[in-house]
Structures are given as C-alpha cells and as structure tokens.
Design a protein around this ligand. Structure first.
Ligand SMILES: [Cu+2]
Length: 175
C-alpha cells in the first residue's frame, strides 16, 4: 500500500505481466506476514486465559445421507474450536460401521487421510464435495429418520459422541 505506483494498470505486454506478478508476490508476503502477526497476537492473549493452550470443541450440523448402496455411507459435520490450541480428529467409531475412514476430495478423486486438523479459533468442515467421513462395511443400512451415534476421537480433547440424523440421499447439509 505504501509502494509507489508501478505503471498504469491497463498496460499490456511483458511489463504489465511483471507488475502483476510483483503485486501477487506482495499480496502473498502480506498474507504470510499477517498470519505471523495473528499468531503472535494469539500467543500474547494466552496470558489472559485461564489455563491457555487448550482446544474447546463443539460439533454442529452433523448428517448422514441415506446411502444408495447397502455397504457404504458418507458422513458430514462441523467441529468448531473456540479454544486457543489446535486439535486433530484422529478417528471415528460407530456401531453402524466396522471401518470409518477420513477422506479428502481432490478434483473428482477421494484420498484417504489419517487425521483432520481442527484449527484453534476455527472450524473443521466436513461437507459434500470436500472432506468427509466414509463409513464402510455397514452393519445395517441406515434409513431416513433414524439417528446414528458417531464417536469422534481427538488427539488431545476427550472424545465427543454425536447423534447424527439420517437424511434423504440427496440432502445438502446447511453449513
Ligand atoms: Cu470418500
């Protein structure tokens, strides 16, 4: 913002391209710098908190669309962290499935991951088309209107038991 103007924004050709690349680099370093500042601010705020350095987790918006196939289902939910330390969702267990895995979506492909980060003061969002839970080897086929109990296990925080409503197959979670 304090930099002198580097030529007309409408200019075309190599010079304009160079300018916009410089602007991009400036924006990137600004973003990184801001991130550092925020971290520093959080660190000094810790002194005002009771214990400091712990995650405070709450689950919202959980749903499980009724699976179109009898042996696999997807699950969605959000984990909000109002604490001042990050945590990680490391596993999920349920009587409905013998094998719950965590998937991330890359383009049109899903990739299994070993854990999901729950950032301090932030949120882990599991949603259609993004990160999600896969419930494989279903012990029974869940039906709309039922409630399924999932237990979320975290790296640091105590486990959270969630009652998850079974929704229609095409249900779009409201986040
Ligand atoms: Cu998946």
């Amino acid at each position: 913002m304090t930099r002198p103007p580097q030529g007309p924004a409408t200019a075309r050709g190599p010079r304009a391209r160079r300018v916009s690349r410089t602007a991009l680099a400036a924006a990137t370093s600004l973003a990184l710098g801001l991130g550092g500042l925020l971290l520093t601010a959080c660190g000094s705020d810790d002194d005002d908190n009771d214990a400091g350095g712990s995650a405070k987790l709450a689950v919202a918006g959980a749903c499980l669309p009724q699976p179109p196939t009898p042996d696999i289902a997807a699950g969605y939910l959000s984990v909000r962290n109002s604490g001042d330390a990050a945590d990680r969702l490391t596993s999920v267990t349920t009587a409905l499935s013998d094998r719950v895995t965590m998937h991330t979506t890359e383009g049109t492909a899903m990739r299994r991951v070993s854990e999901f980060e729950v950032p301090a003061g932030g949120e882990l969002d599991l949603a259609r088309g993004g990160d999600h839970l896969m419930l494989e080897k279903l012990t029974r086929q869940p039906k709309v209107g039922e409630t399924v109990t999932l237990t979320l296990h975290f790296a640091k925080s105590p486990a959270i038991e969630v009652s998850v409503p079974v929704k229609p197959t095409s249900y779009q979670p409201e986040v």
